[in-house]
Design a protein around this ligand. Structure first.
Ligand SMILES: [Fe+2]
Ligand SMILES: [Fe+2]
Length: 256
């Protein structure tokens, strides 16, 4: 289903959230439209490429996509890139440390001129008169991960941070209503897929002072409104996860 996340008449964010095939992990893809041009964030896997292009086409012709932003190297984020390489002239924004790895998803190489590598310290980039901020989000969860801040809608696209995985018996919802209830759908994922508590705390410190109206993850539901954003950042700052839990559990031992 397409879900309108933001629309002020000139600047729109559309979310697609049900294009993953049977057995594939649920994933959200985002389309930003402004001045008749578009950006796609987190384009997703190979198997959803044709349905996503069809869905995008009902808003804007794919030839109008200027940038495709991939937050990290995971297949549910970037495995479909090959299709975009062929049907658009878009540039691919990706963490610099993955720029030699991500093109492996493509049958023909991505020309270097089409890659916009994001340095470890993040960067700003201008599109349609708007200065977007690409934030470093290292180890959340990929060793080189980026988040994108849209200063018009005050939205932070947070990649896998904030991901929720709903069990089959729960009806998925696009926006978090009850944070305490929602935590149980995020917990297992973050404990295992977020490698470092230190990274979580560094991220929380970085975004704490930012003007954020919503946090938009790649899986699950959106944290909408200042109060919900604050609850989420607090949760990230205090959560135990990753290597510390593994060490505590004694997993690092030669198997019998
Ligand atoms: Fe991931
Ligand atoms: Fe993911």
């Amino acid at each position: 289903m397409a879900f309108e996340v933001f629309d002020n008449g000139v600047h729109r964010i559309i979310r697609f959230d049900d294009l993953a095939g049977e057995g594939d992990v649920q994933a959200n893809q985002y389309l930003l439209i402004r001045g008749g041009r578009a950006i796609v964030l987190e384009p997703g896997g190979n198997r959803m490429f044709s349905s996503l292009i069809a869905a995008i086409s009902s808003y804007v012709p794919p030839q109008k996509i200027d940038y495709i932003i991939v937050s990290h190297q995971d297949p549910d984020v970037a495995a479909g890139l090959n299709g975009y390489l062929l049907v658009t002239d878009a540039k691919f924004v990706m963490p610099a440390i993955w720029e030699r790895f991500i093109p492996t998803f493509c049958s023909k190489g991505i020309a270097q001129s089409r890659i916009v590598p994001v340095p470890d310290k993040g960067m700003r980039f201008s599109w349609q008169g708007v200065d977007f901020i690409i934030l470093p989000a290292h180890f959340l969860h990929s060793s080189g991960n980026i988040h994108v801040y849209d200063p018009v809608s005050h939205s932070l696209f947070s990649s896998d941070l904030g991901a929720a995985i709903f069990p089959p018996e729960v009806e998925e919802y696009p926006v978090v209503q009850d944070f305490d209830e929602h935590v149980k759908y995020m917990e297992a994922f973050h404990k295992r897929y977020m490698p470092s508590k230190a990274a979580c705390r560094a991220w929380a410190r970085m975004v704490w002072e930012m003007d954020i109206e919503r946090i938009i993850p790649q899986h699950g539901a959106i944290f909408e409104g200042r109060e919900m954003v604050k609850r989420f950042i607090d949760w990230v700052a205090t959560m135990d996860c990753g290597v510390e839990l593994m060490v505590k559990a004694g997993v690092f031992a030669v198997p019998e």
